[in-house]
Design a protein around this ligand. Structure first.
Ligand code: PLP
Length: 389
């Protein structure tokens, strides 16, 4: 006997990367050699000065509860960081701290949307968007990222989708899973389209520091946009701090208290010693972030060249993040079967594009947050496997 589950629990989706990781680890446990290209986290350690700040904070006794919206030091540092990197003035009072970027996606959607609301989100996109939208009972409206535009939004399609109404529009550039970047030139037109609606915007900018050409541009730089945007960033990727769980966002005034209330009711706060380490990350030297980006740039070349040499595979050079999203439409098996067989038969863990929505049926996602040697070996295994098909 059991009491059963909440009605609607099936509406809550998941992130395939974690299940593929579990399966890959199980194969490894049984003695198989696996090349891990499935998980989206930097393969670098957190810089020493950040770890030292956490250790010092622990030694100084910063181990208790602290304010749910974040400690004032981090809210101020994050306001300055977001402002300087986006050319904006951001009030520390507007900044909320949470355990990673993810709570802003989930609680932001929960705070702003309800049954029947239309929520526009990128497809392919980070799975939490659709999952949280469905959980609220809102209507998920996928915004196709256009492969021909390097996986940027098509503005006519955005206009058409907005015509049907929108409670919230989610943007994510650089994008996971495609590495696509919305050209900065598009932002005035995007802002004009959004200005004609009363939609909230959630701009997920966790890959803002990983851009291979040009400089980062955020839609919030356009007049009138910051006031209606949950501008989300995180220490996770930029400072190789995925396990620390520390994200931050500039939040429109009306949403600050509700999002904080979700934090009060769920996680209470981000540990203060983690927050003090995040202050050191945001205010400290950027040398290791720059070195990480330079290494990702070299790997990007290796992976994109290698993929484009494989039969039936074509791959855009991603403009940002650390994911390659090759089109495998010319391979004689479908992307899901290919991903499964690459893991089981070739020992290469990748994800199928179908894990990220409905529009990328013929794609794989490879994270190149792996060493060059692992990437080269993964590509060789893929080549050998494709030759058997
Ligand atoms: N947003 C995007 C687009 C991501 O790719 C990820 C992690 O993969 C997140 C948010 C979550 O980041 P965090 O670890 O800070 O919660």
């Amino acid at each position: 006997m059991s009491a059963g589950l909440a009605p609607g629990i099936d509406r809550l989706g998941t992130e395939t990367a974690f299940s593929v990781l579990a399966r890959a680890k199980e194969l490894e446990r049984r003695g198989r050699s696996i090349i891990h290209l499935e998980i989206g986290e930097p393969d670098f350690d957190t810089p020493e000065h950040i770890k030292a700040a956490a250790t010092a904070a622990l030694a100084a006794g910063h181990t208790g509860y602290c304010p749910s919206a974040g400690i004032p030091e981090l809210r101020a540092a994050a306001a300055a960081y977001l402002g300087a990197s986006r050319g904006l003035e951001i009030d520390p009072e507007a900044v909320i701290v949470a355990p990673g970027a993810k709570p802003f996606l989930f609680f932001g959607i929960l705070a702003a949307c309800g049954p029947g609301d239309r929520v526009l989100y990128p497809d392919p996109g980070f799975p939490t968007y659709e999952s949280a939208i469905r959980w609220t009972g809102a209507e998920p409206v996928p915004l196709r990222l256009d492969e021909a535009r390097g996986f940027a939004l098509d503005l006519d399609e955005l206009a058409d989708a907005l015509d049907g109404g929108a409670r919230l529009v989610i943007l994510n550039s650089p994008n996971n899973p495609t590495g696509g970047v919305q050209p900065a030139d598009d932002h005035p037109a995007i802002a004009e389209l959004l200005a004609g609606t009363d939609a909230w915007i959630l701009s997920d900018e966790v890959y803002a520091s990983f851009l291979y050409e040009g400089s980062f541009a955020s839609v919030t730089e356009q007049a009138g946009m910051l006031e209606r945007t949950i501008l989300v960033d995180s220490c996770s990727k930029t400072f190789a701090m995925t396990g620390w769980r520390c994200g931050f966002a500039a939040v429109p005034e009306a949403l600050r208290e509700p999002i904080t209330r979700f934090l009060v009711n769920s996680v209470s706060c981000v540990p203060p010693f983690v927050q003090l380490a995040a202050v050191a990350a945001l205010e400290g030297p950027r040398g290791e972030v720059d070195a990480m980006l330079a290494e990702f740039a070299a790997r990007r070349e290796l992976v994109v060249d290698g993929l484009n040499r494989l039969p039936g595979v074509s791959c855009h050079a991603p403009g940002g993040a650390f994911y390659a999203f090759p089109n495998v439409g010319g391979v004689p098996v479908g992307a899901e079967e290919l991903a499964a067989r690459l893991l089981d038969e070739a020992g290469v863990a990748v994800l199928a594009g179908t894990s990220f929505g409905t529009t990328a049926q013929s794609h794989l996602r490879l994270s190149y947050a792996a060493s060059r040697a692992a990437l080269a070996e993964g590509l060789e295994r893929m080549e050998r496997f494709l030759a058997t098909l």
